[in-house]
Structures are given as structure tokens and as C-alpha cells.
Ligand binder design. Sequence first.
Ligand SMILES: [Zn+2]
Length: 330
Amino acid sequence: MKAYCIGVDLGGTNLRIAAVTPEGERLEVINLATRLHDGPHAVLDDMAASIRQLIERQNGRLLGIGVGSPGPLELPAGILHHPPNLPGFDGLNLSTELERRVGRPVAVNSDANLAAYGEFLLGAGKSCHVDSLLALTLGTGVGCGIILDRKIWQGMQGAAGESGHGPIDPNGPPCPCGARGCLEMYASATAIVRRARELGLRSMEQGSDGAAAPLTSSSVARMASSGDPLALRIFDEVGRALGLSLANLVNALDLPLYVLCGGVVAAWPLFAPRMFATIREMSYVYRMSMPADPNVFEPGKTHICAAQVTDAGILGAALLPLAAGASASA
Ligand SMILES: [Zn+2]
């Protein structure tokens, strides 16, 4: 009888549920829209129905169920606290609510922690043979997950790795977290589009109706790749912000590996030169352990690279229940 796990990736827009082998191979994925307007219990019901569907169709031995959720998520309890991307979910205990519906134990962790865990088990962490890494997820916002000695470091209350809200410029734009000039205000897909609008960039691409397509971080990246100076400036700013943030992280943690994940990473050639130049300039810890070529992993040196796994988050969620004591708290 084949063995498998189920991973759930709960996002503000999409809800995805996957059956995954213990080796990390995807067997089947169910993609749904997250029915936020119908409330958290409708979303939990959708999750439970898809889990039951997968159990029925896989007809094997289910080893565990893991869920990745946007934060703030109190860990290890699994309680959401005013999650900005999941309105109406405040105070919800994800694991007990889902366990009640499916009648099985459910492991819960934050989406960024699980992206880091997936990258650790199956991606850059595996290919570099390291026991610790930090992952920054550059998407709608900027998330961060830390793996220390093969365990997810969740901190005292589950808030470890809120580096997306580390300040880059105290005079920068206000952030929804209440601070100003956070990394998220420079290096997220949302920030790239906001900056493009501020600089007056217009998409040259047409939508299906013939009108100018709305700007996206990918369309700004295409403009930069074709030489648009303002679009190039935006990715230079992305690189500078990432470099400053990574300089702080490298100085604090001195880990062998830092992985950048998420949609913005496709623009790596546009932001990486400034990012590496900034880390070299601002972190003596990085200078002590700098590889000869920043793009080539060298054991004993600090390596900063793009993610190697697509969907690391859902794979990390699926494999989370397999590792007893996979997470550590302060
Ligand atoms: Zn912030």
C-alpha cells in the first residue's frame, strides 16, 4: 500500500490541497479559490472536503496532514491573530477546527516557515547539504522562515522571522504593520508595482480587451529587461533593500544558506548585482565568508541563492507531520 501525506496551502486568494509522497513527489493537487467572503468556516469546509476527496482517491496509507497559513499565527497553538490577508479569521484555531472536520491530527505552521522547510528538505538545503538556512519569500508581501539545526525556528510566540517588516528606511513609505520603510515596502511584488506607478511607468502590454494591461511585477521586470531606465531603477532599489536586510540577517545568524523564494525571484538578474554589492559593503560577516563567485555554492562560505523548488510551501506543509519535533520555540 502506497504511503502519502497531505499538504494544504491556505492563501488569501488561492486554496491548494496536495497529496505528496514522503519523498516530496506531488501525486495530485486540488486548486480552489479561497472563499473569503463566505467566512472562515466555508474555507475550512472546502479544505476538509478536498482532504476527504484526496484520501478517497489516493486509497493508500495517509501519514499526516499539514497546513501552511499566512500569519500572524500563534505557534505552537495554531491560532490566527488579525491576519491581514485572511479577514474574518481572527482568533480562529486552524488545527483544532480542521481536526474536528477530518477526524485526524493536523500540523499547522506559517506559510513562510513551510516554504523554508520545503526548500530545506527538497531544494537548495538538500543540494547544499546544510542543516540551517533562512528563506525570504518575495510575493504579495515578504515572508521569512528560519531553519536551525533541521528544525523550524518559530520563536517564543510563532513570530520568528518577521524580517519582511525589518526597517530599511525609517523615512520610507508607511507599511500596513504600523512601521515605515519595511523590507516589504521595497522587495515585494506589491511594492514593485507601487513604485512603477509612482515613477509613472505604463504597461506597454495589451490585455485581452486591447487596452493597456495592468502593471504587474513581471511586466515591470520585462520593461527592465528591455532596458527601460525607470524599471531598471526599481529593481536596483529592490536589490539595495534586499542587500541591507540580508546584511542584518547574515550578521545576526551567520548561516551557510539564504534562499530567496516567490514570484519576484524570476527577476534575479535584475536585482542580484546590487544585492550582492550591498551585502559586501554592509556586512563584514559576509566579507569573512564570501564565496569567490556569489552564484556558486562553496562549503564553509555564505551562499545566497534563488529557490530551487516551485511550491516549496505546499511540499513543506505536507512533509511537516513526518518529522516529529520539526519545529522549535524559544
Ligand atoms: Zn512592515
